[in-house]
Design a protein around this ligand. Structure first.
Ligand SMILES: Cc1ncc(COP(=O)(O)O)c(C=O)c1O
Length: 388
């Protein structure tokens, strides 16, 4: 057997001791309170039927992209999708990446330059952090959703910088592990007043908020005021891939410098066709109905928490993600296991994914969760947490 370095074994053992060892779970048939398939699009037959109508030998090769988009992989469906994204998301340009991870890596590793400054919310997604680590710019975190902290961090960072430094402010419109939302208007105002470039990851907002699920930035009428939006298709759209929305110049820049776009094979045509079909669906009456159902589920869940006196344990959220703080890896795993034994697929989020002491149960809500499922899971939670 191949030698496995001792220091890696030690790291794995430490994870184990801290009750934080990650394993690939098998999928159990539980009531879904954990997937990102907020609208049920991943299982929607109408979308898969439409997908096949998009696929024809004249629009794309059958099975694979055949190369990087910069070489042989830029088949016609890519351009059709980017035209659709521009229209639905009211953006000057759109550039599709293979995933949200790739989009954030490509954007943050290439756009901020040496001498520039990145100010980022302390809870931003790992993919943004990884992109920032690859950048030559200096980066500073500010306290979560806190404009005062952003302002102080900005002044501290700018006191030591070169005159032509570009400052990027980075946030999410719905935070993935918290479900909450920053004051986006205040962030836009701050960025305008201080000449900063605002970048918003909308991974958990698209599909859920805005006309045709265009996202929170658009719902608030702020799309012209942000430098870039990152949207992903693996969550409410139920498929895979991502896009950066911004100006035509930004697109041209990324095509030239985003290594996660340039040095990888494009998505297979079936993936792009599925995204196109998901957009057709979300822009239809049926899509509108799914979104309305999701918002009814969210309201019902919040009402149950209020009725059971559980609200204070949860991070305030209007999104499809609702988190109940249960400090300690061991404790949160136990509560999640008990809910799973009752048939509810609720996942524990452990440290180090979140801060020690802020471990949590993450409830992802869906258009297809029934009122009875919501009432039952909330009452089991109430019993497990407070014994009543
Ligand atoms: C906020 C945020 N951005 C980006 C990503 C990465 O997206 P993808 O799953 O398409 O790689 C995620 C995924 O969890 C996310 O939550």
């Amino acid at each position: 057997m191949a030698y496995f370095p001792k220091k890696l074994t030690v790291k794995l053992e430490k994870r184990h001791q801290e009750n934080a060892l990650r394993i690939l779970p098998s999928i159990a048939q539980l009531v879904d309170f954990s997937s990102n398939d907020y609208l049920g699009f991943a299982r929607e037959k109408a979308i898969s039927d439409t997908t096949f109508r998009y696929l024809s030998p004249s629009t794309a090769p059958c099975n694979g992209a055949t190369g990087s988009r910069l070489l042989s992989g830029n088949y016609g469906l890519y351009e059709e999708l980017e035209r659709k994204l521009v229209q639905v998301h009211a953006s000057e340009a759109a550039l599709v990446f293979n995933s949200g991870y790739d989009a954030n890596l490509g954007f943050f590793a290439s756009v901020p330059q040496r001498g520039d400054i990145i100010l980022f919310d302390e809870l931003i997604h790992a993919s943004i952090r990884d992109g920032i680590q690859m950048s030559n710019a200096k980066s500073f975190k500010f306290s979560h959703n806190n404009i005062d902290s952003l302002t102080k961090t900005f002044h501290r960072a700018c006191s030591k910088t070169v005159a032509d430094a570009v400052v990027y402010v980075v946030t999410e419109s719905v935070f993935s592990m918290d479900g909450d939302t920053p004051d986006l208007q205040a962030l836009v105002d701050f960025s305008n007043e201080n000449g900063c470039h605002l970048v918003v990851d909308e991974a958990h907002a698209v599909g859920v908020f805005g006309t045709n699920g265009a996202g929170l930035i658009q719902e608030l009428g702020l799309n012209e005021k942000v430098f870039a939006r990152i949207i992903t298709f693996g969550k409410a759209f139920g498929c895979h891939g991502a896009a950066v929305l911004g100006s035509s110049k930004l697109k041209a820049y990324l095509v030239n410098f985003a290594r996660s776009l340039i040095y990888t094979t494009g998505l297979p045509p079936h993936s792009i066709a599925t995204i196109l079909a998901a957009y057709d669906y979300i822009c239809s009456d049926e899509g509108e109905e799914k979104r309305e159902n999701l918002h009814k589920t969210i309201e019902k869940f919040k009402q149950e928490l209020s009725n059971l006196g559980l609200k204070a344990l949860f991070i305030s959220s209007n999104s499809a993600i609702h988190c109940c703080i249960v400090p300690g890896n061991q404790q949160v795993k136990q509560v999640a296991l008990k809910l799973q034994e009752k048939g509810f697929g609720v996942k524990p989020i452990l440290s180090p994914t979140v801060r020690k002491g802020a471990e949590r149960l993450r409830f992802c809500l869906h258009a297809y969760n029934t009122d009875a499922e919501i009432s039952e899971v909330a009452s089991h939670l109430s019993y497990l947490i407070s014994g009543s």
